[in-house]
Structure formats: structure tokens, C-alpha cells
Design a protein around this ligand. Structure first.
Ligand code: C5P
Length: 233
């Protein structure tokens, strides 16, 4: 297994703020996540600007639509230069297969979101699902694997069960990470970068502990050092 890589979440409201952060961090960090907040206001130009800076982009737009539409969106994301994209696994097997087929036409890494962490058992029941969030997450991870996706977004606490069910090469992209001393904020079940690395995370996604740091470059470097010293060989 390769070492755990850090992805910084650009949860910001303007391209100016995003480029200022990326330029402050500099070559020390390769991967950035662009989500709905920033993409909705700044669009593809922002992604092109990051690519011009040599960065790798996880375009976190969580596609969920009919198979043809999702497949075409993935082709567009790959053409834009996204290195990683995601879909909602709850879009079903036909959508997942169409998405995987579209992703296979390029180098883009396709992963799935299983169950949003904001959905508890009560919320799942309300939309007609009688199982627990953990059972549903595992089921959707297995469906994603069968459809040919590269991996899933999951909590650090789920890495072991997902790797056991889907194989060690099935990629885990893990948010909810807090280095020692950072505020948990709204994240409930947090792990440190070192713990996530030891648990076998392929990527960790970190937002506020980097964005809100006095020196984002130092915060990012500290996390990367922690990953390097604790990753599985
Ligand atoms: O600031 P923080 O480190 O909590 O940011 C985590 C990032 O990962 C945010 O962009 C958030 O939307 C994303 N994320 C998450 N939990 C999930 C899925 C995505 O925190 N289950």
C-alpha cells in the first residue's frame, strides 16, 4: 500500500482566497479538493487555474443523476483536468457502472460517497431504509466495488471493514481528521492524521485545520510529516 496522501479542502468562497492559500502553501502540497461552494461561484476557471499551478484536483461534486447524465458529467470533469471525482453510490448499480465506464476512458479516479455522515438511522428510516447507516455504507461500498469504482469516501473508523469487504486496493478517502490541538468543530468522530495513516487511509481530506491556521503551509507540512511517519509501508 502506498503512503497516505493529504488533500486540503478548499472550502472557501472565492478564487482569490483559494489561490492565495494554494500559493502560500506552495509546492509542499499537491492535492486540493474543490467542492460545491467554491465550484458553484468560480466554476471551471478555478480548476484550470489550479491545474496551471501543477495541482491535483479532487472535484467533489457528488454526481447523482440518471446514468447517461452522470457518465457525461464525468467525461466533462476528466476533460477539465480533474484527477478524482465522486458520485453518490445510492444512484444505483446502472448509474455506477455507467460512471465507471466513463471514468475508464481517462485517468480520472472515480470514488463514491456511501451514506452522508449527516444521515442517522432515523433519517434513513424516513427515506424508506430500515438498516443502520453502517450496514448501508458497507452495502454501497460493495456495490461500488462491483461496478468498478476505485474506492469510497469513508470515516477513518470504517477503513478496516471496507478494506476487508472490498479488498486492500479499494481506495479510502477519509475526512473527519483533526491534528492534535485543532478544534473538532462540527466533526463528531475524529481521528488524527497519524491514526488515519495507521488505519490504512489512502487519502485524508483536511479543511479547517489548514484553512484556519495562522500559517497554512506549516499546518499542511506538519500533517504530511505525521502521515509520512505513520503510514503503512
Ligand atoms: O474542515 P474539515 O476538515 O472538517 O473539512 C472536511 C471536508 O471533508 C469538508 O469539505 C467536508 O465537506 C468534507 N466531508 C466531510 N465528511 C464527509 C464527507 C465530506 O467532512 N462525510
Amino acid at each position: 500500500m502506498s503512503k497516505t496522501q493529504l488533500i486540503a479542502a478548499l472550502d472557501l468562497d472565492s478564487a482569490a482566497a483559494a489561490f492565495a492559500l494554494v500559493d502560500e502553501i506552495g509546492p509542499a502540497l499537491q492535492w486540493y479538493k474543490v467542492g460545491k461552494q467554491l465550484f458553484t461561484i468560480e466554476g471551471p476557471e478555478l480548476v484550470r487555474g489550479l491545474k496551471q499551478r501543477g495541482k491535483k484536483i479532487f472535484l467533489d461534486l457528488k454526481y447523482h443523476d440518471i446514468p447517461n447524465t452522470v457518465a457525461q458529467a464525468i467525461r466533462s470533469a476528466a476533460a477539465l483536468g480533474a484527477d478524482m471525482v465522486n458520485v453518490h453510490a445510492s444512484g444505483g448499480p446502472a448509474m455506477l457502472s455507467a460512471a465507471a465506464k466513463a471514468a475508464a476512458e481517462s485517468e480520472v479516479c472515480l470514488i463514491a460517497v456511501t451514506v452522508l455522515t449527516s444521515l442517522d438511522a432515523e433519517q434513513l428510516h424516513a427515506v424508506g431504509l430500515a438498516c443502520s447507516p453502517a450496514e448501508q455504507a458497507l452495502r454501497l461500498a460493495e456495490l461500488s466495488r462491483q461496478a468498478g469504482l476505485a474506492g469510497v469516501v469513508c470515516s477513518a473508523h470504517e477503513i478496516e471493514s471496507i478494506k476487508k469487504a472490498c479488498g486492500t486496493d479499494f481506495i479510502t478517502v477519509v475526512p473527519g481528521i483533526r491534528p492534535a490541538g485543532s478544534a473538532a468543530g462540527d466533526q463528531k468522530r475524529i481521528m488524527s492524521p497519524a491514526e488515519a495513516a495507521r488505519a490504512g487511509a489512502d487519502y485524508i481530506v483536511v479543511g479547517r485545520p489548514i484553512l484556519a491556521a495562522d500559517k497554512p503551509s506549516q499546518a499542511a507540512q506538519k500533517i504530511q510529516d505525521e502521515l509520512k511517519n505513520n503510514s503503512c509501508s
